[in-house]
Design a protein around this ligand. Structure first.
Ligand code: PLP
Length: 426
C-alpha cells in the first residue's frame, strides 16, 4: 500500500510554510516569523528569541498572553467538552456581561470573527430599514467581507462617494450598494447622506479609524445626522471594544450607536465575536417576531463556543477590576511620550498618533485626520523602523503598537531603548 503520509524532507519550518501556504503564510504578518509561545507582554519565536510583544495577536490579548486566570478557566472547560452548538451557561454569562457594559447593547448574537460580525450589522440594518446602501469611510477597516473591502485601502483616489474594491473577486454589484465618504469630514458625509437618504440603510464607522482619532464633534455629528435621516449608525468596535474603556469607544467618546460589532478582546484569544444592539433591531433574528420576510437567519458552528466564552469572561473580569484601564493607559502614555521625545531629539519628521492603548509612529507631518493624509506618510521608512525594532527585540504590527495590561515598566524601558536605536539607525 502506498505511504500516504507526505514527509517534511527535513525542511526548515519556514520552508514548510512556504510550500503549503500561498505567500508562505496566513496572509497576516510577514511570513518570516514563527511564534512558539507567549507569556504576559512577551512572545518567543521558534528559534528562542524573545520579543516585547505589541502585536498582541492583532489585539485580543489585552490582558497579556497566557494570563493565569484565562488559562485556568479554559483548562477547566476543556475537560467538560469544547463545543456543543447549543446554548451553554458560559456563553449566556458572557453575553450578560457584554450587554451590561456596552451602552448600545440590549441584545446580542455571537459569531466567530469580526468580519462576520460587521457583515451581520450591515445586513441587519438593511432588513430593519428596508433600504440597501451602506455608507462607509475611506480607509475604514471592517474585516474581509465583500462590503468591507470597498475603499478599505485604495491605491488611487476616487471621487467620493465612488467605492474602489480592495480585492479581486468581488461582484461589481457590491460596489453599487456602498458609498464612500472621507473620515472626519462631517459636511461631505452630510451632503452624501442627504442626497441618498432614501437608499442608505446605515453608516458604518470605526469610531477611532485605524490610528485616526475622531475630530471633536464628528461622531456626535454622525449620531445626529443618522438619527434625523432615518439611517442606522453602526460602530465597528472590533478593535475599540473593551479596549478604549470597559464600555468601548461608545463610553470613551460618549456617543451611542444603534448597533455595533465586537470581537478581539471579548474572545480572550479564541475565535469569538458578536453583533450587539437594541432589542427592536434584534427582533429580526427572531422569525416569530418579524415573520418570514423580515427574518435574518444567523447560524454558526462555533457561535457561543464555551471555551471562547470562558476565556472572554475571565478576560472581562480582569479588565473590570479597579485600575485596569488606568494602568493600560499609563503604559501607553509613557510609551507615546517617550517615543515623541526620541523623534524630537533626533529631528526626524515623524509623529506618534493614536490613543494610549493603540498608537503608532507615522513618518509624516501636519494633522493626519483622514485616510489620504495617513496614506501619504512614508510607509517604507515605517517598514524599516519596524524591522529594526524587531532586530532589537520589539515586535509590533505593520501599523500598530497594541498596549497590554501585562506590559511592565521594564518592557516600556527596553522598548524605548529599542526605539532610540532604531530611529538613530534609520
Ligand atoms: C475594526 C475591525 N473590524 C473588523 C475586523 C475583522 O475582524 P476579524 O479579523 O476577527 O475578522 C478587524 C480586524 O482586525 C478590525 O480591526
Amino acid at each position: 500500500m502506498a505511504d500516504l503520509r507526505k514527509k517534511n524532507d527535513g525542511n526548515s519550518i519556514e520552508e514548510r510554510a512556504r510550500k503549503i501556504f500561498p505567500s508562505g503564510g496566513f496572509g497576516n504578518l510577514k511570513a518570516d516569523l514563527v511564534i512558539e509561545s507567549g507569556s504576559g507582554g512577551r512572545v518567543r519565536d521558534h528559534l528562542g528569541k524573545e520579543y516585547i510583544d505589541f502585536v498582541l495577536g492583532s489585539g485580543p490579548m489585552l490582558v497579556g498572553h497566557a494570563h493565569p486566570d484565562v488559562t485556568e478557566a479554559v483548562e477547566k472547560q476543556l475537560s467538560k467538552g469544547t463545543t456543543f452548538f447549543a446554548l451553554n451557561e458560559s456563553a449566556i454569562e458572557l453575553a450578560e456581561m457584554i450587554v451590561a457594559a456596552v451602552p448600545c447593547a440590549e441584545q446580542l448574537r455571537f459569531v466567530s470573527s469580526g468580519s462576520e460580525a460587521t457583515l451581520y450589522t450591515m445586513r441587519l440594518a438593511r432588513a430593519f430599514t428596508g433600504k440597501e446602501k451602506i455608507l462607509k469611510f475611506e480607509g475604514g477597516y471592517h474585516g474581509m467581507n465583500d462590503y468591507a473591502l470597498m475603499s478599505m485601502a485604495p491605491k488611487k483616489e476616487a471621487d467620493f462617494p465612488q467605492p474602489l474594491p480592495d480585492s479581486a473577486g468581488i461582484p461589481t454589484s457590491v460596489g453599487e450598494s456602498v458609498l464612500i465618504a472621507p473620515f472626519n469630514d462631517l459636511e461631505t458625509t452630510k451632503e452624501l447622506l442627504i442626497q441618498n437618504r432614501n437608499e442608505v440603510a446605515a453608516v458604518i464607522v470605526e469610531p477611532f479609524q485605524r490610528l485616526i482619532s475622531p475630530k471633536p464633534g464628528f461622531l456626535e455629528g454622525l449620531r445626529e445626522l443618522t438619527a434625523s435621516e432615518g439611517v442606522l449608525l453602526i460602530f465597528d468596535e472590533v478593535v475599540t471594544g473593551f479596549r478604549f474603556s470597559y464600555q468601548g469607544a461608545q463610553g470613551y467618546y460618549g456617543v451611542v450607536p444603534d448597533l455595533c460589532a465586537l470581537g478581539k478582546v471579548i474572545g480572550g484569544g479564541f475565535p469569538l465575536a458578536a453583533v450587539a444592539g437594541s432589542r427592536k433591531l434584534f427582533d429580526h433574528f427572531d422569525s416569530e417576531k418579524v415573520g418570514a420576510s423580515g427574518y435574518l437567519p444567523q447560524i454558526g458552528t462555533l457561535s457561543g463556543n464555551p471555551v471562547a466564552s470562558v476565556a472572554g469572561i475571565a478576560t472581562l473580569k480582569i479588565l473590570s477590576k479597579a485600575g485596569a484601564y488606568e494602568e493600560i493607559f499609563e503604559t501607553g502614555r509613557v510609551l507615546m511620550a517617550g517615543i515623541e521625545d526620541i523623534l524630537k531629539s533626533c529631528g526626524v519628521e515623524a509623529q506618534v498618533i493614536g490613543e494610549p492603548p493603540l498608537f503608532d509612529v507615522v513618518f509624516g507631518s501636519g494633522s493626519l485626520d483622514d485616510y489620504r493624509a495617513v496614506a501619504a506618510c512614508d510607509i517604507s521608512l515605517l517598514g524599516k523602523f519596524n524591522q529594526s525594532l524587531r532586530s532589537n527585540g520589539v515586535l509590533k504590527g505593520d501599523t500598530k503598537f497594541y498596549v497590554s495590561l501585562a506590559h511592565t515598566s521594564e518592557d516600556v524601558q527596553r522598548t524605548l531603548e529599542a526605539v532610540d536605536l532604531s530611529i538613530k539607525g534609520l
